[in-house]
Design a protein around this ligand. Sequence first.
Ligand SMILES: [Fe+2]
Ligand SMILES: [Fe+2]
Length: 229
Amino acid sequence: MRLPATYNRVADSNSNTTISTTDNNYLRINRSAFRMSKKTTGLLSTTVPEWIDTVLADFDAFLTDHANCERKANALLMSMIVKYPDRRAMIPRLIELAQEELEHFAETYAFMEKRGLLLSKDTPDPYVNQLLASARHGRDERYIDRLLIASVIESRGAERFRIVAENITDPELAAFYEKLWKCEVKHAHVFVLLLNQEYDEAMINARHQELLALEATIVAGLELRPALH
Ligand SMILES: [Fe+2]
Ligand SMILES: [Fe+2]
């Protein structure tokens, strides 16, 4: 298991991320995200170099898995909207994120179509399932954990999209993964900042750190495969 002392470059690079909306609240969230970027979304481990070798050795399999991840990200957001109808402040944000994930799915599928690839059925994702299993019970605890777990998953996705962008030779795919990397970093921040608007920031940060530590342990135990996780 690799646990470097410093936060990785995903968090550091976020200072250039922008949110393309004219909504004033959202812009306010965005400025906070810049201030908090190093504190709140720093993964506690970096992906091993062998991961990208595995991905590039079967990029078709990676694309197929990636499309499923985007589709499931959209589905998870929509399920949260249904599950928490009284959390009115977050619903417009989650709808916006869900729309972006659906767009990512469409774009990823377009690359699959060009390669003559078919979508595959869902297979269990041990990474996501282990993280979700750690969500606490209790109304607030479960809500907080679901959003923080979503943030952690976004952070790892962002880190790995950056690695793909920096290593793939196809310029169209490199540009696509660079765009996704920046977008998923933004998503990771939005979840945390939504929680900080409702709860004590120190409490949210402490739980976030616990989940980031758990995530590093889970990632270290994953079998390498041509997939996002
Ligand atoms: Fe996405
Ligand atoms: Fe995302």
